[in-house]
Design a protein around this ligand. Structure first.
Ligand SMILES: Cc1cc2nc3c(=O)[nH]c(=O)nc-3n(C[C@H](O)[C@H](O)[C@H](O)COP(=O)(O)OP(=O)(O)OC[C@H]3O[C@@H](n4cnc5c(N)ncnc54)[C@H](O)[C@@H]3O)c2cc1C
Length: 259
């Protein structure tokens, strides 16, 4: 008979960084091997008296890193995030030993342009792609033949989490374009970058970058409404169902808060 020990690691938090009052990242180490592909997710959980809660979380880190990183948004009345929010360095949580998901970079279709669209924590799998390709590029295993075009939306700039890291990568490598956009610039007067909701900017940037259903694969991750609108936009420029990948973070109509 299988026990909880067979299925879960105790993941110990080694680092925590808070980006905003409801957005933070952690890094964990596990007491065993965790093999995943960039874009996959882990199932994290907390055991309380008589009850275990679990939820899926996209992995931010690259498989090359020894620790595993996550980017969380607090859902104030949620079942799990208020408990995870309380955890600090040295604390442990449950993590299923097997990663899941198919939201990986499609390097088989022959299309080498990848349009990556995300809201807030939905950046997580894309950071994993970029960190992995960057290491491969530095070490001569990747020559830049795959091109990533990353659109990242948030209400305010401090919600991006990975803004500086992604800007630095984009400034250094020829295979990454990165456009962060803020939808509430009136709350963020120092922001001088792109403004507007990410789904409203899809047409502008696909035109600018020359991306459409004949030459690209599209990836949408995060807010369900953004994914719905984004998919509609992309379908109008030729992205058929098989050219679109999506990772919907929660079920629409039940939101406690909008991004
Ligand atoms: C494949 C996958 C990967 C995911 N990766 C991440 C990730 O990297 N980071 C992350 O923070 N979350 C991620 N999520 C969402 C995560 O699994 C949980 O749903 C989320 O953390 C809320 O859990 P909870 O138990 O606190 O709230 P729940 O009790 O599950 O939800 C309470 C209510 O809030 C709604 N809700 C859930 N999340 C949000 C949200 N962010 N904003 C507004 N309303 C919401 C739910 O629909 C529900 O009605 C991912 C989901 C999936 C399916």
């Amino acid at each position: 008979m299988s026990t909880a020990d067979d299925k879960f690691y105790q993941a110990r938090i080694t680092q925590r960084r808070d980006f905003a009052s409801d957005l933070w990242m952690i890094r964990v180490e596990t007491n065993g091997e965790f093999k995943f592909a960039p874009g996959q997710y882990a199932t994290l959980g907390v055991q309380r008296a008589g009850k275990r809660s679990e939820r899926p979380y996209s992995i931010v880190s690259s498989p090359y890193e020894s620790e595993i990183e996550f980017f969380f948004e607090l859902v104030p009345h949620g079942e799990l995030t208020p408990d995870i929010y309380k955890l600090q360095v040295g604390d442990e949580m449950l993590m299923r030993k097997v990663p899941k998901g198919r939201f990986t970079l499609d390097t088989k279709s022959g299309r080498t342009n990848h349009l990556l669209i995300s809201t807030v924590t939905g950046i997580a799998p894309f950071v994993s792609y970029v960190r992995t390709l960057y290491k491969n590029w530095k070490e001569g295993r990747f020559a830049g033949e795959q091109k990533l075009f990353l659109l990242n939306g948030a209400s305010r700039s401090w919600e991006f989490g990975y803004l500086d890291e992604l800007r630095n990568f984009a400034a250094e490598v020829p295979w990454l374009e990165y456009v962060p956009t803020v939808s509430r610039p009136w709350d963020d007067l120092k922001w001088t970058g792109e403004i507007g909701r990410v789904d409203d900017l899809i047409r502008k940037y696909t035109d600018l970058w020359g991306l459409n259903g004949t030459n690209s694969v599209g990836y949408l991750c995060g807010h369900p409404q953004m994914i719905d609108h984004g998919k509609g936009m992309l379908q109008r420029i030729g992205f058929t169902r098989e050219l679109l990948k999506e990772e919907i973070y929660w079920i629409p109509g039940k939101e406690t808060k909008t991004a």
